[in-house]
Structure formats: structure tokens, C-alpha cells
Ligand binder design. Structure first.
Ligand SMILES: *Cc1c(COP(=O)(O)O)cnc(C)c1O
Length: 342
């Protein structure tokens, strides 16, 4: 199986230290929960005494609640007409809806005139957000306006944060506060001191994944077989390029393992839409994320749903059935069979 092993004490020390050094953070628990899953992130947020969680989409509100989260939740993706789940949460006083267009404010007034909202302002990312020149005149009467939200591009400067705050301050309800993303902790603290409104910051990656040595991923070796050079193997009967071992190891497309294969997008496409000939050309050249006998093994063919066939040259058996070998995965796209805190 593909397993995420967390050094509980080390991970929790990091979470505690981060939350302490960056007070008022809003932990983000969207998607696959940064690999840890919503249940664990809810538990850790409770342990940290957090008062509000951020989820990506309205559909994720039920998930964090299922695991016991009973405080406020902010939905990061901006509300749009037609999302029935999001509409069903508009009158829930513990759910904050993000609004990013003037016409949505009008639509919301008909549906839920006292909804809890954050209003998103367009930044240099040019993703979502009300354009800066529309902010001053927005009519937000009646809503439970919790503040303004600003999603800066990663590595954004303090200056851009300050400039965005200046835009928000043109609105009479600027004092409700400003929520940032992607400021450094130092800049966040500096801005909190400088601005005379409450400031908060949403953080995912730096919080949950900030100490890469606090967790590791392993796959179980399921089979080890020596084969002579040019033996056809796998679904596609591609011939091995040398004498050596075919190792079958847990971790496949269902776990998101192919997504972390360190090859170019073009080769990946060529490789995942297999023609036997194209595959044969790639044999021995596509490095897998599995480390076996101290080295990254090459894929013998594209990963299957739950396991992968990799090739390791001889002589000498490189690993044994039952061994747990290190796997490099991208945590935000990985799904694990088991998560264990040790
Ligand atoms: C996902 C997201 C974040 C968290 O991003 P990280 O890089 O994981 O910290 C913050 N703000 C918004 C609006 C997001 O969508």
C-alpha cells in the first residue's frame, strides 16, 4: 500500500510554532487536505485553537463538519449563481461566502440579504475579484460583511499588500478587516501593525507542508523478479533494456503517482497514451518516484492504478517483498491507502 507516515511530534511542533509565529492565521483545508485529509487537519486545527477554517468549495463544508468542525468556515472559491450547494449555505451563520463580482452582490440580495460574506478585490493575479475602481461604491448594506479578501500572487511584496489595503479603505466598511493570502509572516505582521483594521492571513502549504522532514511516503514491494535483457513485460509487452529485476511496488495512477514522475509534459503525454513503439523507445529512461536500493528506479511501463512496475539493474536482489520503499509524491495530488502518525 501507499502509506503516509507522519512523525506526529515533529509535525505538531512545526504546526504549533508556525501558528504562534504568525498569529491569526486561517488554515486552508481544501482539496485532498494537502495529502493529510480533512479529518486530520480538522483535529489539528482544533488542537491549535483555531477559530475559522478555509475550504476551497462549498461542497467541502460538509466534509470538515463531518469530522467535527463546528466553528466558522470560509469558502474560498467565489460564489456564483447556479451552485446549489453554495446557495444552500448562504443562510448558515457559520459559513462565510466569498463574493467577487458586483452582479453577484445584487443576486445575493434576492437570495440571502443578510448572508455572511467576504468581498474579494482584484489583485495583480487577475483571477477573481471586484476591480479596484468599483470598490468604493459597492452597496453592501444589510449583509454580515466579515471583511475584504485579497489573494496576492505567491511571493507578493509588502507594497502590493499596502496598495490593496489603500483601495479597500475607500469603502466605508473597510474597518471590517482584510484577509490576505501569500504574504510572508513578517510582512503579514508588519501590515497588521500598520493598518488600523483587523488583518488575517490564510495559509495552507507553509503550515501543513512546511516541515518536509516531518512526514514521508512509502510504497510496499509486492514482487521482485529477475529477468534477462529483452524480456517482454507488463500490459504492453515492452522489452526490458538490460538484465535485471522487475519490482512491483504499491503506488499507481489512483494514488496520483504518475503526476510526480519527473519527466517533461511532452514525454509524459507520449508515455501515458501508449503505443507499444513509443513505449519501447522510452524504456529505461523514465525515472520513477520510487527509491530502491538507494537509487530512483526507472519505470518499466506506465503505472497501473494501484501499483507500478519498475526496473532495477542487477546483480544482487535490490529489495524484497514486504519492504517499504521511499516514494516521492506531490502532496496536493496524492491519495494514500493509509496515514499513520508515529
Ligand atoms: C489555496 C488558497 C490559499 C492557500 O494557499 P497555499 O499556497 O497552500 O498556502 C490561500 N488563499 C486562497 C484564496 C487560496 O485559494
Amino acid at each position: 500500500m501507499l502509506k503516509l507516515i507522519i512523525d506526529a511530534q515533529r509535525w505538531r511542533n512545526h504546526l504549533t510554532a508556525f501558528a504562534k509565529s504568525c498569529p491569526g492565521i486561517v488554515p486552508v483545508t481544501k482539496g485532498n487536505g494537502y495529502g493529510f485529509g480533512h479529518e486530520l487537519l480538522v483535529q489539528e486545527s482544533q488542537r491549535l485553537g483555531i477559530d475559522i477554517l478555509a475550504v476551497g468549495v462549498a461542497q467541502e463544508v460538509a466534509s470538515v463538519r463531518q469530522y467535527g468542525w463546528d466553528k466558522d468556515v470560509i469558502v474560498l472559491n467565489p460564489w456564483r449563481p447556479g451552485d446549489e450547494v453554495a446557495a444552500g449555505l448562504l443562510n448558515d451563520p457559520k459559513v462565510i461566502t466569498t463574493i467577487s463580482r458586483r452582479e453577484d452582490i445584487a443576486a445575493l440580495r434576492d437570495l440571502a440579504p443578510s448572508a455572511s460574506i467576504l468581498v474579494e478585490v482584484e489583485t495583480s493575479m487577475h483571477r477573481h475579484g471586484v476591480p479596484a475602481d468599483e470598490v468604493a461604491a459597492l452597496d453592501l448594506d444589510g449583509f454580515d460583511l466579515r471583511g475584504w479578501t485579497i489573494h496576492l500572487p505567491s511571493g507578493a511584496s509588502l507594497d502590493e499588500g499596502r496598495e490593496m489595503a489603500r483601495i479597500v479603505k475607500q469603502h466605508p466598511l473597510a474597518s471590517r478587516g482584510i484577509w490576505f493570502s501569500h504574504l510572508s509572516c513578517d510582512d503579514y505582521i508588519a501590515l497588521s501593525k500598520k493598518l488600523d483594521v483587523p488583518v488575517r492571513m490564510r495559509v495552507g502549504t507553509r503550515l501543513w507542508l512546511g516541515d518536509a522532514n516531518a512526514y514521508r511516503v512509502t510504497g510496499t514491494v509486492l514482487d521482485v523478479r529477475w529477468l534477462p535483457k529483452r524480456t517482454p513485460v507488463g500490459y504492453h509487452r515492452v522489452k526490458t533494456h538490460a538484465d535485471g529485476y522487475i519490482v512491483v511496488v504499491s503506488g499507481g495512477t489512483a494514488h496520483g503517482v504518475a503526476l510526480s514522475a519527473p519527466i517533461s509534459a511532452r514525454s509524459l503525454r507520449q508515455w501515458l497514451i501508449p503505443g507499444a513503439e513509443a513505449l519501447q523507445q522510452m524504456v529505461g529512461r523514465v525515472i520513477s518516484p520510487f527509491t530502491i536500493a538507494g537509487k530512483k528506479a526507472v519505470f518499466a511501463e506506465p503505472p497501473h492504478m494501484h501499483s507500478s512496475l519498475v526496473f532495477v539493474g542487477g546483480p544482487g536482489e535490490p529489495t524484497h517483498v514486504g519492504d517499504e520503499v521511499p516514494v516521492n509524491v506531490r502532496m496536493t495530488t496524492a491519495t494514500f491507502d493509509e496515514i499513520s502518525l508515529v
